[in-house]
Design a protein around this ligand. Structure first.
Ligand code: FES
Length: 105
């Protein structure tokens, strides 16, 4: 069962940008990749509790603003220490100019 929630409009997020999205006491990070696709992960870094929505995006990688660990936001895999625990990812759907995240997975 899915729970599609509108995170933002397509126009709110340029390519290679990240946006914080809060929903139901949870925080997500929404990304617009250089491939034109949208992606979503948990909003908090798995190292400590820093908002990845405040991070720097380069290609398909997000750099955490606190200790500069990094993740591939397509897979959630950590790519730069001290990040070492995988980040949860979520399916994203684009409909009628809006980005929807499936928060049920
Ligand atoms: Fe993100 Fe430390 S909190 S790398």
């Amino acid at each position: 069962m899915s729970n599609l929630v509108r995170a933002c409009s397509v126009d709110e997020l340029e390519e290679e940008e990240v946006l914080r999205f809060d929903y139901d006491d949870r925080t997500f990070a929404i990304y617009h990749g250089p491939d034109g696709k949208f992606y979503a992960t948990d909003g908090f870094c798995t190292h400590e509790k820093a908002h990845l929505g405040d991070g720097i995006v380069d290609e398909f990688e997000v750099e955490c603003p606190l200790h500069f660990g990094a993740f591939d936001y397509r897979t959630g895999d950590p790519t730069v220490a001290p990040a070492c625990i995988k980040l949860k990812t979520y399916p994203v759907t684009v409909t009628d100019g809006a980005v929807f995240v499936d928060t049920a997975v």
